[in-house]
Design a protein around this ligand. Structure first.
Ligand SMILES: *Cc1c(COP(=O)(O)O)cnc(C)c1O
Length: 362
């Protein structure tokens, strides 16, 4: 028998989530963000399953974009960080990729390039995130310059939201970020794009010409507090395994490394084939929820490389072979992430190659 650790990926759910995303901003364009191997779900499988739904994809690098091309996808593919070196500029128009332009160096490299075809560029404006983008007071000049270049066919203006997921007025607000885009670039004839999943789910003003949802396609809400829309998302990845051994442990005995769990009463421990080398976080605290045969129980002891241990004392019917869900359809990745001091994005992208992806639907 094969090791039972698998990530089941429900392509129908991803499609339903995409349709929900697109329905939130009717009459506009919604591209599917499939960077980082579609947040760990498998970029080519996910992209094929969305091929008839979306007009474009977005990824983080030209390597990720070329992987989609080699898999036969013909859509425009937006490179969210643009190009890292000028040599990529020969490939971008030839392959039908779109490039973010976030600094003056990239702009000059385009101006100096002899290109095989006209480029679509997304001009990134830094409205408060302070990672990438032109400062607002330089953005109009950059926009006009790009529009004047013979190499450039089309300019979309974009910005990225820093706090759209938060409830409290911590940091810069969505409204404030949008206001920092120069008025000239918010004119009706300029195509703009602001919304990530959180913006799209929860902030009407962020819904502009292009939406860029990522995490919501995979069924995890980015919002600190769920909303009516986010409650409709369907978890796409179910991380599963099985109990491979059980034993009774006497009071005073420890389970696993470092004696984090010491039995205070006689208890029954199940050992599960899933560890941090699979991407299940070692940071998971004592008591992190786990489902065994669909019933909630808790992590008991530290996660090790290939195994973790759960409390089965109150689940007498569970035993070797019992099915374990670490997160997914019945246990939200957000709830597990909160026990690991992280976010669902990190859980999904952390699942390693050792875990086979098994696809359903499509
Ligand atoms: C990753 C990314 C997105 C998608 O963000 P989610 O929070 O996953 O929806 C959108 N825009 C940019 C620029 C990104 O890098």
């Amino acid at each position: 028998m094969a090791r039972p650790a698998v990530a089941e990926i429900d392509l129908d759910s991803i499609r339903a989530n995409f349709r929900l995303a697109a329905s939130l901003a009717p009459g506009s364009n919604t591209l599917a963000v499939v960077k980082a191997d579609a947040y760990g779900h498998g970029a080519t499988r996910v992209a094929h399953s969305l091929a008839a739904e979306t007009g474009a994809f977005a990824v983080a690098s030209i390597e990720e974009a070329l992987t989609l091309r080699q898999a036969g996808l013909t859509h425009p593919i937006l490179l969210l960080e643009g190009f890292f070196e000028a040599s990529e500029l020969a490939i971008i128009p030839r392959e039908g990729f779109w490039a973010v332009v976030h600094n003056q160096e990239q702009l000059e490299q385009i101006a100096d390039a002899a290109l095989s075809g006209p480029l679509t560029v997304w001009l990134k404006v830094d409205t408060g995130m302070h990672r990438l983008g032109f400062a607002p007071d330089q953005a109009v000049t950059a926009y006009r310059r790009l529009q004047s270049l013979p190499q450039v066919a089309r300019v979309v203006v974009m910005s990225h939201l820093a706090n759209a997921d938060l409830q409290a007025a911590e940091g810069i607000s969505v409204a404030n970020q949008i206001e920092r885009i120069p008025a000239e670039l918010r004119a009706p004839d300029v195509e703009t794009s602001v919304a990530n999943s959180a913006g799209l789910l929860d902030h009407e003003p962020a819904r502009q010409a292009w939406q860029r949802p990522g995490i919501m396609l995979y069924g995890a809400s980015p919002l600190e507090k769920d909303s009516p829309h986010s409650r409709r998302l369907q978890a796409a990845m179910t991380l599963k395994s099985r109990v491979i051994a059980t034993r009774w442990v006497e009071p005073g005995e420890q389970v696993g490394y470092g004696a984090r769990f010491v039995a205070t009463q006689r208890c029954r421990i199940g050992t599960v084939a899933m560890g941090y080398a699979d991407g299940y976080p070692r940071q998971a605290i004592e008591g992190t929820p786990v489902l065994v045969d669909g019933q909630r129980t808790r992590l008991a002891g530290r996660v090790s490389m290939d195994m973790l241990t759960v409390d089965l004392t109150h689940l007498p019917d569970a035993g070797t072979g019992s099915e374990v869900e670490l997160w997914g359809k019945c246990l939200s990745a957000n709830e597990v992430a909160a026990c690991c001091d992280t976010i669902a994005y990190h859980l999904f992208t952390g699942i390693t190659q050792r875990v086979p992806r098994v696809y359903r639907g499509g």
